[in-house]
Design a protein around this ligand. Sequence first.
Ligand code: NAD
Length: 354
Amino acid sequence: MSGYFSVMEKQGFEELLFGHDASTGLKAVIAIHSTILGPALGGTRMWPYPAEEAAVEDAMRLARGMTYKAAMADRNLGGGKAVILGDPCRHKSERLLRAYGRFVDKLGGRYITAEDMGIGEKDLDWVRQETAHVLGDSSQGSPSPFTAYGVWRGIKASARAALGSDSLRGLTVAVQGLGNVGGKLCAYLAREGARLIVADLDPEKVKEAVSRWPAKAVAPEEIYAQECDIFAPCAAGGVINEKTLPQLKCRIVAGSANNVLQDRAWGAELMKRGILYAPDYVINAGGLIYVDSMRLGLKDPAEIRRVVGRIEDRLAQIFKRSAAESLPPEAVADLMAEERLQSGAKAATSETQA
Ligand code: NAD
C-alpha cells in the first residue's frame, strides 16, 4: 500500500488510529472510514499478520466495506474496522482485551466494535469491561441466524430475477460451507423444497447435513462444477476466481461469504456468462442489522426478521437497475451506497446549519 494519507484521501477515510499498550504488548489499528451516516461499526479481527502494513491494509479494506454495507442495509451507521496484531491462540488474554477496550473507549463512540475472525463473544465480554461501545457480546447472542435468514430471502430475490419465480421448490442449490450461516441456510432451503448439494472441509458437518436434509455430499473442490440452479458460497472469500469461474454450471451465485469475487473483474465476467450475482455485502447484511437492532434496544426477533427481509427488495432494485443500465450488480450496489452516502452528507450538513 502506498502512503496512508494518499489512500485516506483517495478513499475518503476519516481516521486511522494506532494503539499500543506497553504492559500487555497490545498493538491494534482502528480504521474509521466514514461516520457520515452514524458511528462507525465494524468487528475486531485478531490475526498474526506477517507485516504491520498488511494489518493496516486489512483494517482499511474492511472498514470501507462496512461503510457500503451499512449504507445499503439502510442503517444509520458508518464503517470502521479494527485489527489486533497477534495470534489469537497464543496472545489473547483478559489484560490484552481490556487494554484494547480502553483504546476503543477513548474514541467516545465514534467507533463501535463487534466480533470478527479470532475474536468471539467471550472476548467481547472482556472488552465490555472497559467500554460501552461494543456489540455482540455473550449477553446479546449470535447474529448468524439473521444472516442466514437474509441470505435465504436474497436467494429468493435472485431466483425471481434470473429464473422468473421466487419459489425454490425443486431447484438445486449447492451450498459451500456448513458453518453458522451455511447450516442454517440449508434448513430454510430444505424447508422450502429445494434439493441440496453440500460441501465442507469438516466431514462431521457434512455427515450431519446429509442426515438432516435431502442433500448430496460432494468433496470441497467439486462444489463449483455441480449442475445446479444456485451456488451459495458460505465459507471463505475469493471463491469466484480464474480457476473456479469456468467450472460454474449455475444461473445464480448468492451466499453469505464476504468478498466472494476475488477480483472485481469476475463480476463483469459472471454477467457476460448470464450468471446473476447477488452482491455479498447486500445479501449478507442480516447480522449487521441484528447487532444494530441490539444497539437501538430493539430485541423482538420477529421484528428484526421483518427488517432483514428487506434485503429481498433491495436486491430486486439492484437487479432491475443492473439490467436497465447493463452494469454488474456489484457495481450498481456501490453506486446506490454512494448515492445514499451523498444524500446522508447533505442531511448532516443541513442539520448542522439548522
Ligand atoms: P463458520 O466458520 O461458522 O463456517 C464456515 C464453514 O466453512 C466451516 O464449517 C468451514 O469448515 C467451511 N469451509 C471453509 N473453507 C471451505 C471450503 N474451501 N470448502 C467447503 N467448506 C469450507 O463461518 P460463518 O459464520 O458461517 O460465515 C460464513 C461466511 O459468511 C464467512 O465468509 C463470513 O465472513 C460470512 N459472514 C458471516 C456472517 C455471520 O453472521 N456469521 C455475517 C456476514 C458474513
